[in-house]
Structure formats: C-alpha cells, structure tokens
Ligand binder design. Structure first.
Ligand code: MG
Ligand code: ZN
Length: 275
C-alpha cells in the first residue's frame, strides 16, 4: 500500500445532526455520531483483541527463528500462502497441533479487552458484535475458548482452518475479491459491506475497532454517523491521519483512538447512555 486512498465525502448525513469537533493528537475530527439504536460493532483480532499477532506467535514453538529462506518466500498481499509454508515447516519440525494450541493459549488479551467483551456479552440488545480477522478460525477459536468469550461474537469472518487426519493444519482463504488494497485472501471492507447488506434491519451506526493497514478498507466504507476506533501507535491511526491531511474538508467517521479495552468500554457506554 503506497498511498492512502482518498476518503469519499459523506453524502448520507442529510439530517441536521449537530456537528461538534473532537480533538485527537492535534487533529480535528467532525463528530456527527447520532444516538444509536442497535449498533454493529466489528472487531479486528490480532493486536486488537489479543496483544500480539497469532500467526507470528506460533513460531515461538520453535527453538530457533524461522529460516531466512522461508521468510524470503513471503510475497506482499499473500500472507495466507506464506502461513501455509510456515505451518508446514512447523509440522516438519515436530510441532504438533497440541503444541500449537498450547502456545496460542498463552497469548494475552489486550488490557481491558476481557472486561469489554464480558460487558458486550450482556448487551446483545444494543450491539451486534462481529469479528473480522486475517488470522484463522482455529487460532481464534483456541484463544477465545481459553477465555470463554466465543459467544460474544455473533459471526466470525476469517480464513477457515482445519486439522486433517495426519495432524496438519489446512488453511484456506476466506474468499476471493477484486479489491486492490487488500490481501488476496480477505477484503475486510467487502466482508463488512456484505454483512450489513445481508441483515434484515439497518444498523443505527457501525463501530469498527482495529489496528492495522488491512483495517483501512472497512473504515473507508463508514459514514459520518459511524465510528472508527484505531489502536494508538499502530498503523491504522497513521493511515487515518494521512487521509485527513489529504483534504481537511473530508467528513470522516467519529475517530476514537484507544490504548486499552477500558477506553473502548467507556466510549460505548457513553454513546449508549449506559454509564
Ligand atoms: Mg490487527
Ligand atoms: Zn478491500
């Protein structure tokens, strides 16, 4: 991704919703978020729910770093293909599925995320919670099982993974798409748009929580009544700043950078009047 794509101007906010300005890191953001009815809350997983990257975390099963020749096999935008090779290498090195699972269960959630997800589990009347991740279904299931929080997510959109009879992890792409800014196996923007279109009712707003460059595409689908919550210090925040610097007249979704799940919890409680 060489340059942040231009954010379209919001043309959906026809109502005279009062606009206030939120100041974040010295930048101004239009805040037109309306009082919600039912909100779609979409989470990324790596570096958002868990405090690390589950795909790279598993290499800790090995006594040594991955061979340089294997790392050089990575082609930009084709992470899933690379992960297949990493998983095969781990298997050849004697790392069983049991060891992978045990390693992943050691991953810690981001501070405050367990409290946030527990609160959301009791707020199904207000939120439809989904997960959109470029990890895979096995890793996500194992980690969420440990903390007993799978039930919080109504849908999990990720790369499907299974274990075959020989104990090999088989990894497939989530879908195919034509989006030029996303990895070939997953366009989170398309996932979000298709999910919203598939629902019988409209959401009052969408809140997207993420950290990475591949979270930018869904953010570009958001309107001024929605919100993006980029993790502070991670690349999504930098991409959003670049969008803002391109054209100061752009009306973006409400932007709420965060460090911990507690800040996300406070934001959600504020917009739903549940503080
Ligand atoms: Mg992430
Ligand atoms: Zn995309």
């Amino acid at each position: 991704m060489e340059q942040a794509p231009r954010k379209r101007k919001c043309d959906s906010d026809q109502s005279p919703t009062p606009v206030c300005i939120v100041h974040v890191d010295g930048l101004k953001y239009a805040d037109t978020m309306v009082e919600p009815n039912k909100i779609l809350l979409a989470f990324d997983f790596d570096h958002t729910i868990v405090d690390g990257n589950s795909d790279t975390w598993i290499t800790g099963c090995l006594p040594d770093p991955l061979p340089v020749t294997l790392k050089q096999d990575y082609i930009k935008g084709q992470w899933t293909n690379y992960m297949r090779k990493v998983l095969a290498y781990l298997n050849d090195s004697g790392v069983t599925v049991g060891k992978l699972k045990a390693r992943l269960k050691e991953m810690q959630l981001v501070e405050g995320m367990a409290e946030l997800l527990c609160w959301l589990a009791s707020e199904h009347d207000r939120f439809d919670v989904i997960l959109v991740s470029d990890s895979n279904s096995l890793f996500i299931d194992w980690i969420l099982q440990r903390v007993d929080l799978q039930h919080v997510f109504g849908h999990i959109f990720t790369n499907p993974a299974t274990v075959d009879a020989c104990g090999h992890v088989l990894l497939k792409p989530h879908h195919s798409h034509s989006c030029s800014r996303c990895p070939v196996n997953l366009c989170k923007g398309q996932v979000l748009r298709e999910y919203v279109a598939s629902q019988p009712c409209c959401f009052s707003s969408i809140v997207y929580v993420g950290d990475g460059a591949n979270d930018l595409c869904p953010v570009l689908s958001l309107s001024c009544k929605d919100a993006v919550l980029p993790r502070k210090g991670y690349s999504l925040m930098r991409w959003i700043k670049e969008l803002l610097s391109e054209d100061s007249t752009n009306v973006l979704p409400h932007i709420v950078p965060w460090d911990t799940g507690f800040e996300i919890l406070q934001f959600l409680q504020r917009i739903t009047g549940t503080t």
